[in-house]
Design a protein around this ligand. Structure first.
Ligand code: IVH
Length: 710
């Protein structure tokens, strides 16, 4: 079964290249798409895309949020797991949320994960903590609670917070003991995967077909459909299996390591997977991945990857969680699927810095369950290296992220008329020359061809304006991507400085904003107020907003710290054209600023239209010193109180985090308290904080704040 989800051309761009506006649009679309798929998968047990494709959507979504944290608001999907429980079942709130796992597709990402763990724990490069590696079972997760060794309750994952009560159904599963053996803890919530073997799946489908009932698309859906039955007698007829691999609430853990607890599970009579290995090095982890992958087809049940977990539970506790997944675990997925199709055209997209990106327009093809019609060709050299031509039949792959890639063409199918692709030398948006610069460091041609039109180029102008008003730049509320585009088209805003004269011009205009469709008096007034609010701006944001190549937020801060004013930066960059000058040495001597950035600054200020933008802007806005928060953490020196129950991190971890950021943690709220972090069911301390007018935030906001500051 496949669903045609048109992958917008935007996804042909890497997340790094998205403007804030593009990211916001794509974020919203992805959010809807994912919600739809979640519902089909979790509630209807009838997914319409493959897991690999779902993972890609999700990963792309998370990458966008990682780059634009503002999008990861309160209700963001990245903080949710699955779909809300179905109304058909009674609900069970998980005492410990059931979270998800971060994904990796390539070996390097696994190495990066290990490095991340090491960094987080402050271990040196030689000492790798031990990791378990085990199959990732493709079923549905289930939490089974035992009290004094007796099964009392079972729940599906649901949305991670609240699951469905499937106790009666789980009691019919023979693989799950009603009573545990031996030395049982008072409370033990076992978590694991309910799944079906291939042979049983085939039999179920045969029976379904005979009776003219629904055929399941794969074993996982059949397992889910079997467990989520209102009539437990139906579940009883389906030979569901179970592997225990994790736990929720436990009164006393039977071991201090992941492997130890799973071994204890086996002793208690729970089924566990025999392929779990303890790995001492990243090489051993990757070896075990290959061992499991090699056995994949002969296991008799579906697995879709390998899960690595830090073995030492004390380290797991220290690592904690980030949004919906533990920092101490990773799912290393098996590779994505491929398909062949025809390239019907090659389109060129123009980015903010004028970069020309080629996108293959494909005859729509299903790759792993999703219809794709665009694929990235990366750049000019890639097209040439692979000798990709319009009309070619090509292999496309949807790998680690959602952007499909063209792997290569099939020689036997090349039409006689196909000619080598000639990359345009003129910008398709404005007709200016598009050139490949020489990298001063390597002396080599840049792989990216860029439009030289600057702000004459409408594609660049709009992208630059969007960047200018984006969250980490001028952050003008009410001036989003769509409005920028509209104002640009209508000639109301062509350059950044025009934003600040908009209100004045509007007052004198006969066609006032508030009289237009889509605008009311309030929205026009709000927009002008939001603009007015940004007439004061910290220098680092001002520099970042200019959209100078290679000048990201961190570099903008360095420049702001060094120069102290926009004028000083401009003067030095203008005088630094001569690379033997003192100004050039001054620029390149700044910490974190190499020749590439220096060159970009020189180029930017060599353009009169850029100097004009800066000069005109300076007439409109007051540039303040560097943002204070940029220097140290947002909470350093502050006194924080944690109250209520935290769900994603322990109190211990929260306290450690706060202290790491230079804050003090207090036990009670007083006038000296600066910030109260209120978890679920916070009571009197929260009330007192409100009474005293102290800032209060929830757990997610705290995590975001802390992570942003680390
Ligand atoms: S550990 C805190 N181990 O994969 C997360 N999960 O994509 C603990 N899964 O929700 C999960 N096999 O349903 C873990 N060996 C395994 C697994 C496994 C399958 C599922 C599980 C989880 C999902 C995350």
């Amino acid at each position: 079964m496949s669903k045609s989800v048109s992958v917008p051309a935007l996804r042909a761009k890497s997340v790094d290249e998205l403007s804030e506006a593009e990211a916001r649009g794509e974020h919203a679309t992805l959010d809807d798409e994912i919600a739809e798929h979640d519902l089909r998968y979790h509630q209807e047990d009838r997914p319409t895309i493959s897991d690999a494709d779902y993972d890609k959507l999700r990963r792309r979504f998370e990458e966008i949020e990682a780059r634009f944290p503002a999008l990861a608001g309160e209700g963001s999907r990245s903080r949710r797991v699955g779909a809300p429980p179905s109304e058909k079942f009674a609900k069970i709130r998980h005492r410990v949320p059931m979270l998800s796992l971060g994904n990796a597709f390539a070996d390097e990402e696994v190495l990066e994960f290990v490095a991340r763990v090491r960094r987080f724990l402050d271990l040196d490069a030689e000492s790798t903590p031990a990791f378990t590696a085990e199959p990732k079972i493709d079923g549905l997760s289930c939490a089974i609670r035992y009290e004094r060794g007796k099964l009392t309750r079972a729940a599906t994952r649901g949305d991670g917070e609240v699951g469905e009560d499937v106790t009666a159904n789980v009691r019919t599963i023979r693989a799950i003991p009603e009573k545990l053996n031996g030395d049982v803890p008072e409370v033990l919530e076992v978590r694991g995967e309910v799944y079906l073997r291939h042979a049983d799946f085939a039999r179920i489908n045969e029976r379904q077909a005979e009776r003219g009932k629904q055929i399941f698309a794969n074993p996982r859906n059949a397992a889910a459909g079997s467990l989520r039955q209102l009539d437990p007698a139906v579940t009883a007829r389906r030979p569901l299996q179970f592997f225990a691999y994790s736990w929720g609430e436990v009164s006393a853990l039977p071991a201090t390591t992941q492997a130890g607890v799973v071994e204890a599970f086996a002793r208690l009579g729970l089924p566990t997977n025999k392929m779990m290995r303890l790995c001492r090095t990243p090489e051993e982890m990757l070896d075990q991945y290959r061992v499991i992958e090699a056995q994949r087809s002969s296991l008799g049940y579906d697995i879709d990857g390998v899960v690595y977990k830090v073995d030492d539970l004390a380290l797991q506790r220290r690592l904690g969680f980030v949004s919906r997944s533990p920092r101490w675990a990773l799912a290393h997925k098996f590779p994505a699927e491929k398909a062949t199709t025809i390239i019907e055209a090659i389109e060129i997209q123009v980015g903010r810095t004028g970069s020309l990106t080629p996108v293959a327009k494909l005859r729509p093809v299903t790759v792993g369950g999703v219809v794709v019609s665009n694929a990235t060709l990366h750049n000019e050299d890639e097209i040439q290296r692979k000798d990709i031509r319009i009309g070619d039949t090509v292999t496309v792959q949807r790998a680690g992220d959602v952007i499909p890639q063209v792997l290569g063409f099939i020689e036997a199918k090349r039409p006689n008329a196909a000619v080598p692709y000639e990359f345009p030398k003129l910008c398709p948006a404005c007709g200016s020359h598009a050139v490949r610069e020489i990298n001063p460091r390597s002396g080599k041609e840049d792989v990216v061809r860029r439009c030289t039109g600057g702000l004459i180029c409408p594609a660049q102008a709009v992208e630059r304006l969007r960047h200018f008003v984006s969250r980490n730049a001028f952050d003008i509320e009410g001036l989003g991507a769509e409005r920028i585009e509209l104002f640009y088209k209508e000639g109301l805003i062509a350059r950044p400085q025009d934003i600040f004269t908009l209100e004045d011009r509007d007052r004198r205009s006969s066609h006032r904003l508030m009289e237009r469709e889509g605008f009311g008096e309030t929205s026009a007034r709000n927009l002008f107020a939001a603009i007015a609010e940004r007439r004061e701006i910290p220098l680092n944001r001002f520099i970042y907003a200019l959209g100078i190549r290679h000048v990201g937020e961190a570099t903008a801060k360095e420049l702001a710290r060094h120069f102290g004013s926009a004028q000083a930066l401009q003067q030095t960059a203008m005088a630094a054209q001569d690379q033997t000058s003192e100004s050039w040495s001054d620029l390149t001597s700044i910490e974190g600023i190499g020749e590439v950035v220096a060159e970009a600054l020189v180029d930017f200020f060599a353009e009169p239209h850029n100097c004009e933008i800066v000069e005109e802007l300076l007439k409109q806005v007051e540039v303040l010193a560097l943002e204070a928060a940029a220097e140290s953490s947002a909470v350093s020196g502050k006194t924080i109180v944690f109250t209520g129950s935290l769900e994603k991190i322990t109190r211990e971890e929260a306290k450690a985090m706060a202290e790491r950021l230079g804050a003090k943690v207090a036990g009670s709220v007083s006038k000296k308290t600066d910030l109260v972090v209120a978890g679920a069911s916070a009571g009197s301390k929260l009330a007192k904080a409100r009474e005293l007018g102290i800032e209060t935030i929830d757990e997610d906001a705290w995590l975001k704040l802390a992570q942003g500051s680390e």
